[in-house]
Design a protein around this ligand. Sequence first.
Ligand code: 0GY
Length: 316
Amino acid sequence: MPEFVKTPGWLDWFDGPSKPRFVVPTGSVDAHCHVFGPGAQFEFAPERKYTPCDASSDQLFALRDQLGFARNVIVQATCHGSDNRAMVHACLASGGLARGIATVRRSITDAELQALHAAGVRGVRFNFVKRLVDFTPKDELMEIASRVAELGWHVVIYFEAQDLAELWDFFSGLPTIVVVDHMGRPDVRAPIEGPDFQRFLRFMHEHPNVWSKVSCPERLSVTGPPALHGEQAAYRDVVPFARCVVDTFPERVLWGTDWPHPNLKDHMPDDGLLVDFIPWIATTPRKQQQLLVDNPMRLYWPEEPAHSNGQQELNP
Ligand code: 0GY
């Protein structure tokens, strides 16, 4: 097994996150997080654009418990390419409390897809962020989307705000539920009424199959974190954007920590503070319940009795 040397300047995740002041609803789901390696067990992909620190499933589950969450959705990180072993290992180790989002190539066999499903995978991620991945032809992605649609999976898309116009038609053709990472990465220095964010809202309005993660304020923020819990919204410049998405599409939003926060350059967030961001963007108990429990359970654990249909959306 090769020795992996971290990317120069790599910030390790914050060890010892504080207990959040905001008590999340029972059964909350951290719907966007990753595992990295450990590299000695699950080596990083040769085509990766960064080499991270290790971040194991045990460490992820310790964070989950510390923050008061019940479940995780573990998204394949680009440093592992299409080798899903670390993510699958974490899903299996969770005892059914984690689902996975994989990265696959067109060469994957039906048996391999079935094995991923059995491990808890429920979607694939298509990444269009150029600093993270090399280009994959759209016909290959569409072929993968059609195949995973048959399994009842969905597609997670990650792109930069300025690329949505060009990708719009491709996204419109996807035959599954489509989950956008981090609200399509708005430039929060621009006004909320600006063309890029309005295009994103229109994209969600015109496509009832599109959901959004209202995650990663620490990645989008220019103002940064506050010094103290609860005194002020953490990452306050992101609040109007995320609150707008939650208010407009309360049944199609998800939230996640993004632990262990790949590629952050300026600071590493205290995940407890990130949880304290939630009531600033989901401003009522009802919206918090939808964001953290009802929506992710409907998408990732629909077989759980309370979430097998839309009843609880209709009968709060
Ligand atoms: C995120 C964002 C990033 C990285 C990845 O898989 C990844 O490498 O997702 C990023 O660098 O913006 O969602 O974790």
